[in-house]
Write a protein that binds this ligand. Structure first.
Ligand code: PLP
Length: 415
């Protein structure tokens, strides 16, 4: 294990105060904070070797190209992809999934076909598939959530018919923390000839992920949730699939030969990276991966399991608070969504903010799950990362006790 107190010194923002008290940052499922090494990598690029990639013959262009391609290789090693050619840089998870929807999805999903998602999807892994299904005349089916907040895979064999073209599933729910059995679902999907896309926005930052072991066809994740900058994300594509796919955006960089009449495509992955890419942020994502690799993803996961266990024990002390998510920590990440009847999650968030505690309140871009399955208008959500501590969980719980006292008093005055 690593020393959390030492790790925290690498994150300048964790030293700041909010409303005169130390920041307790528990909104990591939305975005993570950045270590100095990542911020430094970004400014190094702009201060020392800023240039466009892939086409320049001068020193700076060569240095920038080498650093950009090295970042791609780091991403590939991090998720155990066969090679850097499997890694496409995009803006974020949302863009990665839309790339698949608008290229592979629109071309391969036919009328009467089926796309399967889960009830736990973030809007970014639901809305693009609603679109493909509507435009191409396919049906969209759901793997249900079980009572214990895991996935109910008991009727998977009926859901996965030979008409199923794609199964698009989250590996970790951003609302419940549920870690889903993606390897088993992938194997079942492949048995009926369907491809599998994994939304790994919440898993890759928090646990070891091996795309070859999972055997998925696509995987999407965002740099900003794993210590990297905003504006850079990753789409992994299995080689046999990417060779068959059309490009998404067309223009410079992604072409091999262009005549006035026609064009041929560059090799994968450049075929999918039209125009000048986000060079600086990709390089800084490489620095984030170096940081995570040095810590060890098993250690990150172990730290978060311990912290979540502690948080769940402390939450259990609060009778008025309902929490959502599996009680089995082997299938749960560091996310605790909670609800207090009578007190709106936004009010909880505001009171906690005054105490320096940053959490999120709302539907967390999973409106159908929150409203139709959890049956609440919104939840408050605390989400942990590798730098959070038990002392911070204590500040959160003290804050929630204050919320209960404050709104309890207000309610009794009204009565
Ligand atoms: N999928 C999941 C599970 C997420 O938690 C998120 C972000 O919260 C996304 C997708 C979308 O990520 P981004 O906004 O970086 O595209």
């Amino acid at each position: 294990m690593y020393d959390v107190a030492e790790i925290r010194k690498d994150f300048p923002i964790l030293e700041r105060q909010v409303h005169g008290v130390p920041l307790v940052y528990l909104d990591n499922a939305a975005t993570s904070q950045k270590p100095r090494a990542v911020i430094q990598a970004l400014s190094d690029y702009y201060e020392r070797y800023n240039a466009n990639v892939h086409r320049g013959a001068h020193t700076l262009a060569i240095e920038a190209t080498d650093a950009y391609e090295e970042a791609r290789a780091k991403v590939a090693r991090f998720i155990n992809a066969p090679g850097p050619e499997n890694i496409v840089f995009v803006r974020n998870t949302t863009e990665a999934i839309n790339l698949v929807a608008y290229t592979w999805g629109v071309a391969n999903v036919k009328a009467g076909d089926r796309i399967v998602v889960t009830e736990m999807e973030h809007h970014s892994n639901l809305v693009p598939w609603q679109h493909v299904a509507r435009v191409n005349g396919a049906e969209l089916k759901l793997i249900a959530m079980a009572k214990d907040y895991t996935l109910d895979t008991s009727d998977l064999d009926e859901l996965l018919t030979p008409a199923t073209r794609l199964v698009a599933i989250t590996q970790m729910s951003n609302v419940l923390g549920t870690i889903t059995p993606v390897a088993d679902i992938t194997a079942a999907a492949h048995r009926v000839g369907a491809l599998v896309l994994i939304d790994a926005a919440q898993s890759v930052p928090h646990m070891p992920v091996d795309v070859q072991a999972l055997d998925c066809d696509f995987m999407a994740f965002s740099g900003h949730k794993m210590l990297g900058p905003t504006g850079i994300g990753v789409l992994y594509i299995r080689s046999e699939v990417s060779e068959q796919m059309d490009p998404f955006l067309r223009g410079g960089e992604m072409v091999l030969e262009v005549t006035y009449e026609d064009a041929s495509w560059n090799e994968v992955p450049l075929k999918f990276e039209a125009g000048t890419p986000n060079i600086g942020d990709a390089i800084a994502l490489g620095a984030a991966i170096d940081y995570l690799t040095a810590l060890g993803m098993d250690n990150v996961r172990e730290h978060e399991v311990a912290l979540t266990r502690y948080a769940m024990e402390r939450f259990a002390e609060l009778e008025e608070v309902t929490t959502f998510g599996p009680s089995d920590l082997s299938v749960r990440g560091g996310v605790v969504s909670f609800y207090m009847s009578e007190i709106h999650p936004h009010d909880i968030g505001q009171v906690l903010d005054q105490l320096g505690v940053a959490i999120r309140a709302g539907h967390h871009c999973a409106m159908p799950l929150v409203r139709s399955r959890l049956m609440v208008p919104a939840t408050a959500r605390a989400s942990f990362y590798l730098y959070n501590t038990e002392a911070e969980v204590d500040v959160l719980i003290d804050g929630l006790n204050q919320v209960l006292r404050y709104f309890g008093d207000a309610a009794s005055k009204r009565a």
